[in-house]
Design a protein around this ligand. Structure first.
Ligand code: PMV
Length: 317
């Protein structure tokens, strides 16, 4: 059988960092995210082929990435036949967004359908989580909470939509500082943090408070409250990275200049707030009416700035 699906990337407003189970990719903390429109991954899975193929953006892949895709298909069905996976991102690597969230959400959706399985969206989110943690949030549009769950089998750790894309008229501005592959993968970074940072326990113990504040702010459409919680969660996550041995520093001087620009804009009464992930690019949340002005100010520090809207659910085509 052949099935195709589309999923969008998401950006965490309250961050996920740290795993309570590495094999099942279970998070130490819950997180909240915004799914983005404009960018997506489109994936076709053909269940039954002469050998395993993975074609990404028109190029046959034979590296670790291909191995990760084939092992992921084994999770869908350990007795599967050889499969062909054709995947395209409509956004350049230089877009400054990790593509693994949309990639594994689209692969989980298309792969399950192509294998003839009838999984619920929650079950597909659980599957996507095992490819890349943040992918479990990309099954739904708008605002999504990933509950860390309590069970050791991870069956209660998946995305839950808390508001649709039309709930709130905001924009997420992505300031691309570097499009180079990150120096240290998020999985490696998370393990190093848990093993060596004295800040890690405090991060885990205080994360739920940020999720609760963030959820309330989203439901009340209170950008100042969400922004404050988002920056706090981001900087707290970084404080655990900075204090590992050896230290993990994803920031570049330009990232700091952009954060300072965001603070300057706030002093001039524009509500805008930053977050960052496992890399030097900065993402800024603001009201739609202010987006052009914020993008222009950020454009003083970098030439690639995208203005993105909230996106919709992942879908089977
Ligand atoms: O989904 P992963 O394993 O690439 O980890 C994502 C980690 C952060 O982007 C830093 C935070 C998040 O919640 O997306």
């Amino acid at each position: 059988m052949k099935k195709e699906a589309i999923a969008h990337p998401n950006i965490a407003v309250i961050k996920y960092w740290g795993k309570r189970d590495v094999r099942l990719n279970l998070p130490a903390v819950s997180s909240l995210s915004l799914t983005l429109s404009q960018f997506h991954t489109h994936t076709i899975v053909e269940w039954g082929s002469l050998r395993d193929h993975f074609v990404l953006n028109n190029e046959e892949m034979q590296d670790k990435q291909a191995q990760k895709v084939f092992s992921f298909l084994d999770r869908i069905d350990p007795n599967r036949p050889y499969c062909k996976v054709i995947s395209d991102n409509n956004f350049p690597t230089a877009a400054g967004l990790a593509s693994s969230a949309s990639a594994f959400a689209a692969l989980a959706l298309a792969g399950s359908a192509a294998s003839g399985q009838n999984r619920s969206l929650d079950e597909i989110s659980i599957l996507a989580r095992q490819g890349s943690g943040s992918a479990c949030r990309s099954l739904w549009g708008g605002w999504v909470e990933w509950k860390k769950g309590e069970r050791s089998d991870g069956l209660d750790s998946h995305g839950v939509q808390i508001a649709t894309k039309s709930h709130w008229d905001l924009r997420l501005i992505v300031a691309v500082v570097s499009d180079k592959k990150k120096l240290i993968s998020s999985t490696k970074g998370m393990l190093q943090t848990a093993n060596t940072s004295p800040m890690y326990d405090a991060w885990v113990q205080t994360a739920q408070e940020d999720v609760n504040t963030g959820r309330r702010a989203i439901l009340n459409k209170d950008l100042d409250a969400l922004g404050e919680a988002m920056e706090h969660s981001t900087l707290k996550m970084y404080s655990t990275m900075f204090t590992t041995k050896p230290a993990i520093r994803y920031w570049k001087p330009q990232s700091i200049a952009i954060m300072q620009e965001v603070e300057r804009l706030r002093k001039s009464e524009i509500s805008c707030w930053f977050t960052m992930d496992a890399g030097p690019n900065v993402k800024i949340l603001c009201h739609t009416k202010d987006a052009e002005q914020v993008a222009e100010s950020i454009g003083k520090h970098t030439s690639i700035v995208h203005i993105l809207e909230a996106g919709g659910d992942a879908v089977i085509l």
